[in-house]
Write a protein of this length. Structure first.
Length: 288
């Protein structure tokens, strides 16, 4: 019976493995070849191997490390802001959501809009000369900051990203919060524990796996951000808002440096894989 079950398992897994090899394995293999080759749009079918020169060029490029720095700072700040605000909203709104569950729908609306559309929307709203926000700020207070200039662009991008993706963190934290067993809270209440001690010593430790997972998911998404940053500011003045994804896009489509762009994307993939490995390691330590 075990042999039959094993054979059936292989039969069920075969289509999935074939799909992964065809649509993920083959493109990944081609990209690895391109990353160690001299290749252009004219020589896509016949790249010439050149060793690790593309990786050396990427790692020696000052703009690459500037993009890595931007992506790292952006990913950490947005993940922290989204998780902290989402956690506060999940705890604060839990009693209201228990009575008015239909309010969840409007709270999730920002997630339904494409990031590029969010970027275009805020580009129009915050435009220094045509945007309504600078216009009314100037009318009411006599001055308005340039939200998208080199001095304020990073903060503006962090705020826009946080406004769109905080509902994601809120949804995860709310589900984790309401999943805490009621008898745990009742036992703490019978012992006379104040609410803040219940929150710190009971509820937050029980929510910790969700907190860690949400932070890492949002960090990875923020680290590889492209859509709304490109729509709002592009690469920015002097490359000040060039994320790693924008760096790869420019190297590929604007410079035609396909090998360099693919090598940078491999570096991004390895970095993301490292973050996922760290998450898995932390989860394993918690289980033990």
């Amino acid at each position: 019976m075990a042999i039959i079950n094993r054979a059936e398992g292989r039969a069920y897994l075969t289509p999935l493995v074939a799909f992964l090899l065809l649509f993920l394995g083959f493109p990944s293999l081609v990209n690895l070849v391109y990353s160690v080759s001299t290749v252009s749009f004219e020589s896509l079918r016949s790249p010439s191997l050149s060793g690790l020169g593309n990786y050396a060029a990427v790692l020696a490029d000052r703009e690459f490390w500037q993009a890595v720095s931007f992506s790292m700072h952006f990913g950490i700040l947005t993940a922290l802001a989204e998780c902290l605000i989402g956690l506060f909203l999940a705890i604060f709104l839990a009693p209201l959501m228990a009575r008015r569950s239909f309010l969840m729908a409007p709270l999730m609306l920002p997630l339904m809009v494409a990031p590029a559309m969010i970027g275009l929307m805020y580009r129009l709203v915050l435009h220094e000369f045509a945007g309504p926000v600078p216009y009314y700020l100037f009318s009411w207070f006599g001055d308005s900051p340039a939200f998208l200039d080199i001095n304020n662009a990073f903060r503006t991008l962090v705020v826009v990203e946080t406004l769109q993706w905080t509902p994601f963190a809120f949804l995860l934290f709310y589900m984790a919060y309401v999943a805490i067993p009621l008898d745990v809270r009742e036992a703490a209440s019978l012992d006379g524990a104040p609410w803040y001690k219940v929150l710190w010593w009971i509820e937050l430790p029980l929510m910790l796996p969700t907190l860690v997972i949400a932070f890492f998911i949002r960090f990875i998404d923020g680290f590889r951000v492209f859509d709304n940053v490109y729509a709002l500011t592009g690469s920015g003045a002097g490359g000040s808002t060039t994320s790693l994804s924008i760096y790869i896009y420019q190297a590929f489509f604007k410079q035609g440096a396909i090998g360099k762009a693919v090598a940078a994307s491999v570096v991004l993939f390895v970095a993301s894989l490292g973050v996922l490995h760290a998450l898995n390691w932390l989860a394993g330590r918690r289980r033990t």
